[in-house]
Design a protein around this ligand. Structure first.
Ligand code: ADP
Ligand code: MG
Length: 319
């Protein structure tokens, strides 16, 4: 019901950046290659995500904002074998209960429809004009929750968080094209199918970066890391992703830092982006409602794998 959606909304969407993350991840789940994100006033006035993904069947459009409606699991066992970003079916229910919400979607060979709903009220579905793909528009975010809105930082601080998330996301999803529009001006445009190294040099604005890959059983790492002469003072210069999802994880951060410090004991922090691919049955992405953290079932092994992979690369650079 409406109340439980509002409660869930508090867990999934605390800030505009959480909305952007959920919508961008949905676009990727729908096999999009080209995404446009538009925000105004740090997302408080407008968040719009357009994709060229497979779209939604007309008969499913209303279900998208039902709580626990997900097209991504059919069987409870799938929860353990799922590689897509979303599968809780909560994000759009939560988001649509705290904003003026619109979703326009067209699936190839089907009519284009628009679903509109205001702060969790009765949804209205109408025919619309549109090309294949999906456009979600969020306006007046938290307009029904003045306390939540007051708790937010300035719109420029919220904007910074969104820009940071998108940079981090694009570092490890370097095959995707993404255009970001901020207050009606193009903020950046990443072309599709860049290499991870090229993408990282652009995003980090740093040339002294090296690339590595490694594999061990069902673990795969692809990473970029700055060479020892580049030193940063902040540990948030280390970007982590698991199966394409940007996460925070202390164990992985430590693996990177310790490998780096092994070679440069007096060193600060490197710039790094780690893309880990791991069989979904080895982790639980559901420990955190906004899916920012994951739980690994074999963290010792993963730590060593990341540590060894990075150390080996850094060692190969020094004569
Ligand atoms: P989840 O991603 O966990 O399934 P969401 O609430 O984020 O739940 O989305 C609900 C459903 O709406 C998805 O399962 C999917 O079927 C559909 N959906 C949402 N966004 C898109 C999109 N951009 N393209 C296609 N389908 C989408
Ligand atoms: Mg989702």
């Amino acid at each position: 019901g409406d109340v439980s959606n509002k409660i869930a909304a508090g867990e999934v969407v605390e800030r505009p950046v959480n909305v952007v993350k959920e919508l961008v991840e949905n676009a990727v789940d729908a096999s999009s290659e080209k995404i446009t994100v538009e925000i105004a006033e740090g997302g408080l006035n407008l968040i719009k995500v357009m994709d060229d993904g497979k779209g939604i069947f007309p008969e499913d459009i209303e279900k998208t904002i039902d709580r626990f409606a997900t097209s991504k699991i059919r069987d409870i066992n799938d929860v353990y074998e799922l590689s897509s970003f979303g599968f809780r079916g909560e994000a759009l229910a939560a988001i649509s209960s705290v904003c003026d919400f619109s979703l326009v979607s067209k699936r190839k060979g089907y009519d284009c429809l628009e679903l509109k709903s205001s702060f969790g009220g009765q949804p209205v579905v109408k025919p619309a004009a549109g090309i294949e793909g999906t456009i979600v528009t969020v306006k007046n975010l938290f307009g029904n929750l003045p306390a939540r809105r007051k708790f937010l930082k300035s719109s420029s601080a919220e904007q910074r968080e969104i820009v940071k998330f998108i940079r981090h996301f694009m570092l490890t999803n370097y095959h995707l094209s993404l255009r970001l529009i901020v207050d009606e001006k193009e903020f950046f445009l990443f072309p599709k199918n860049e290499s991870m190294l090229d993408r990282a040099r652009k995003i980090f604005k740093e040339k002294k970066i090296v690339h590595l890959t490694n594999k061990y059983e069902n673990l795969k790492i692809e990473a970029v890391i700055s060479t020892p002469e580049v030193q940063k003072f902040r540990r948030d210069s280390i970007v982590l992703s698991v199966n394409g999802r940007v996460i925070k994880d202390n164990m992985l951060t430590q693996a990177v830092i310790q490998a780096y410090k092994r070679l440069i004991p007096e060193g600060k922090f490197p710039l790094a982006a780690i893309r880990l691919d791991i069989s979904p049955s080895y982790m639980d992405v559901n420990v955190h409602p906004a899916k920012l953290f994951v739980k690994f079932l074999n963290s010792g092994e993963i730590f060593s794998f990341v540590y060894d992979s990075i150390l080996e690369k850094l060692e190969s650079l020094t004569p």
